[in-house]
Design a protein around this ligand. Structure first.
Ligand code: PLP
Length: 482
């Protein structure tokens, strides 16, 4: 509850620091998901200072706050220039918007594509199965049909022929990833953009995750296939600045090849007695803080800075991948071609979810990925530059964690629970059943230290049941404090 007389500033900050002590470490290069850390001294302070300068500025009206407009335009120019657009390029008329994150950028790309075809009553989008879940969210929110194209279990990419076959008369957008989040592989963008263009359909490249590193990796000699506006038929690209541009959270850029393509992304409303609302993005009132922080970060690191960070990251990826290759019972899902290391198990006696817990116990926070279609469960590592200084410690710790996981043996759930997970329908889940399951899994007061049992149960459940179980589990965590 709110305090009657307020709390002194130092004490509140202290409270926040104490709460933060329970979080996973955002610095130190041992957290392989959620955070992007370049390990550059002073960058946090710069971001925080820039954020503070503009935190109360409102992006609602660019004429009232031209500072924000100037910074947004600069960010869009920086992203557009990096991704094959701008003066003298094949895409000289590139425009864009700054959004709050990758999900918002993808929702807006789908909205723009949908609203450009008002004559269609049941618009649809075509997305590889490896496309980010945000496309499904966009389809859900915007009531657009979702046609998912399977990926090859070896290359982890969709085929161009399958993507072409999925395009129908109601398709408003074809999407692909550069690279995909789960495995870090780049889809065949040129082929996909070509079949989309031949059908007269927009093509969005989701470069939210790796769009800021791929151009630098290419400059370093890594073979990166064409994926940006240099590819004919690519109509829009998203790139998150709060990922590999290392800006504080809350900033992504959605680029369109020209202003006509962007126009249906906007929402305007004049039919009420207040101000005419013109929103390029989902939010109306928007803090200038994240935009200013991103501006400061990009200006400070500069082109050479990003090239250096990409080189450091590439080297760390190489060391991590070599460590995985050196362990019996593990195999890389794909040879790393960007900044992801993803591996799976080849030996049933080695339980991947137990291994993840053993790595956590040794201070390495990796991300388990559940099995999907004909893809096995896997372990995902998003690698950032900050991993480099400690990366040599990973190999020995991985070996030790694997040995410990073998000693512990695979998680064995009671047979009736596995059968239940495989057969239960989401509708059959009652609050009592959820409560009982959560208590049985030790989820009562937050996530348990060891997650292998929970992951094994979720792994046994079909997608719809996983979704429902996790919605209910998270709902149990989100209760007001009185
Ligand atoms: C390829 C890709 N697209 C979209 C997103 C969604 O971004 P956000 O979490 O910023 O909404 C992510 C996030 O990891 C991603 O990797």
């Amino acid at each position: 509850m709110i305090d009657k007389n307020g709390v002194p500033a130092e004490r509140v900050l202290d409270e926040i620091r104490q709460l933060r002590a329970g979080d996973r470490p955002v610095h130190g290069g041992r957290l392989f998901a959620y955070v992007y850390d370049p390990g550059v001294g002073g960058l946090d302070a710069l971001g925080a200072a820039a954020h503070a300068e503009s935190a109360h500025v409102n992006g609602l009206d660019p004429t009232a706050f031209p500072s924000l407009l100037a910074m947004e335009n600069w960010l869009v120019g920086a992203a557009g220039g990096l991704l094959g657009g701008g003066p003298g390029s094949a895409a000289p008329d590139v425009v864009g918007s700054v959004t709050s994150g990758g999900t918002e950028s993808l929702i807006l790309a789908v909205k723009a594509a949908r609203d450009a075809r008002p004559e269609l009553t049941a618009p649809r989008i075509v997305v590889p199965a490896s496309g980010h879940a945000a496309f499904a969210k966009a389809a859900h929110l915007l009531r657009v049909g979702l046609d998912t194209v399977p990926v090859d279990p070896v290359t982890l990419r969709p085929s161009v022929a399958d993507m072409a076959a999925a395009i129908g008369p109601e398709t408003v957008l074809v999407a692909c990833s550069a690279p995909s989040y789960a495995h870090g592989v780049v889809d065949p963008v040129a082929g996909i953009a070509q079949v989309a263009a031949a059908a007269g359909v927009r093509c969005h490249v989701d470069a939210c995750f790796g769009g800021w590193t791929l151009p630098y990796l290419r400059r370093l000699g890594v073979p990166v296939p064409p994926f940006d506006f240099t590819v004919d038929g690519v109509t829009s690209i998203s790139v998150d600045l709060h990922k590999y541009a290392y800006a504080p959270k809350g900033v992504s850029v959605l680029l369109h090849r020209d202003a006509t393509l962007r126009s249906p992304q906007y929402f305007a409303y004049a039919d009420w007695p207040g101000y005419t609302m013109v929103n390029p993005v989902l939010a109306s009132t928007r803090s200038g803080g994240p935009i200013a922080a991103a501006y400061a970060t990009l200006r400070h690191l500069g082109d050479d800075g990003y090239l250096r960070l990409a080189a450091t990251t590439r080297d760390a990826v190489g060391t991590l991948a070599a460590a995985v290759r050196g362990v019996d019972g593990l195999r890389l899902m794909a040879e790393p071609e960007s900044t992801v290391v993803c591996f799976t198990g080849t030996d049933p006696a080695l339980d991947l979810f137990v291994l993840v817990d053993e790595l956590t116990a040794r201070g390495w926070h990796t991300q388990p990925q559940l099995r999907y279609a004909d893809l096995p469960a896997s372990v995902h590592l998003t690698v950032t530059a900050s991993v480099a200084p400690r990366v040599a410690e990973f190999g020995p710790d991985l070996t030790a964690a694997v040995a410990a996981a073998r000693r512990a043996g695979p998680v064995e759930l009671p047979a009736d629970l596995v059968a239940l997970a495989g057969s239960l329908t989401p509708e059959a889940l009652t609050p009592e059943l959820i409560g009982g399951l959560a208590a049985g899994l030790g989820l009562g007061a937050g996530p348990p230290d060891r997650m292998a049992v929970v992951n094994t149960l979720l792994d046994a459940a079909p997608a719809a049941l996983r979704e429902r179980l996790l919605v209910e589990f998270v709902g149990l965590l989100q209760r007001p404090t009185w």
